[in-house]
Write a protein that binds this ligand. Structure first.
Ligand code: MN
Length: 287
């Protein structure tokens, strides 16, 4: 399928569900039993019944209300997961730079396994990251993330792809320092996600994708997801060995080298090939 025509799921303009095709957003609330006032159950219903809804949406596109993509406000496509599971040190290039900068990365994800970020840290595209300290270093980490499609426990590597609903960009914003990872990465606004979910069937292989991040106009991070130490399916296997995964849960795969500090006034932009681009601005939490 041609890249620009791939269908992506979005939430936009105050909790409305839609699909993006090309430069248009089609509102699908009338098709999928969506309750904007109680959105998470609606999202789970959509995720769990996507195979059925996909054909209905495609057949209905010409009749749906539509908007120019550039004219809508996109929101976090998974605003309230039961958990965000994250991979530490999942590119060797990031391990090397952390040892050069802080001498503190003796292990990779293979030993460390996974950690949790607070779901309350999620924000959407075009929102602002708010830095909690004036005298500390806050870093960007560009990551490929995915959302769980059905309940899973002890799922083997070779079966994991059947449990993944779709993929998106994630910024794992991080306070550097000696506190636990979960504390340093769970401040409000520290998990921008989006700009949409590209469903697994539309994306194809998630392990051949260029990923880049800029701060203002400076390219800071550039890799390909083939360099992941543990790929998406291995992260899924390990996570589901540890805990029951529910539809809507997020797993984020870790960042390559090039992490660096952001300060108030910066604009962060990341892109993942065939997935999309996510931009946020940076502000101080306290003026
Ligand atoms: Mn990270």
């Amino acid at each position: 399928m041609h890249g620009e025509r791939r269908m992506k799921f979005v939430i936009f303009n105050q909790n409305r569900p839609g699909v993006v095709v090309g430069e248009e957003v089609f509102e699908i609330g009338s098709l999928i039993k969506w309750n904007a006032k109680n959105m998470h159950p609606s999202l789970l219903h959509f995720i769990e019944n996507y195979d059925e809804y996909k054909g209905i949406i495609e057949a209905s596109l010409p009749k749906l209300p539509s908007y120019e993509l550039s004219a809508v406000k996109l929101e976090a496509p998974v605003p309230n997961p039961s958990k965000i599971i994250a991979a530490p040190v999942n590119y060797f290039s990031h391990q090397d730079e952390m040892n050069e900068m802080f001498n503190n990365a003796p292990h990779t994800v293979e030993i460390l396994k996974l950690f949790l970020k607070a779901p309350s840290s999620i924000i959407g595209p075009d929102d602002s990251v708010r830095l909690p300290y004036k005298d500390r270093r806050h870093d960007h980490e560009a990551e490929l993330a995915f959302v769980v499609g059905k309940q899973a426990k002890d799922v083997k590597y070779e079966d994991a792809k059947d449990y993944i609903f779709g993929y998106f960009c994630l910024l794992d914003m991080t306070l550097r320092g000696d506190e636990e990872r979960t504390f340093r990465k769970s401040f409000d606004t520290f998990t921008p996600i989006g700009p949409w979910i590209i469903t697994a069937d539309e994306l194809g292989d998630p392990h051949v994708l260029d990923m880049k991040l800029w701060v203002n106009d400076e390219l800071r991070q550039s890799t390909n997801t083939q360099k992941l130490i543990l790929d998406c399916y291995k992260c899924f296997e390990i996570a589901s060995h540890n805990m029951t995964l529910y539809p809507g849960d997020i797993i984020t795969t870790g960042t390559p080298d090039g992490v660096g500090q952001v300060v108030a006034g910066d604009k962060i932009k990341m892109t993942i090939e065939n997935v999309g681009s996510l931009s946020v601005t940076v502000e101080n939490k306290y003026k």
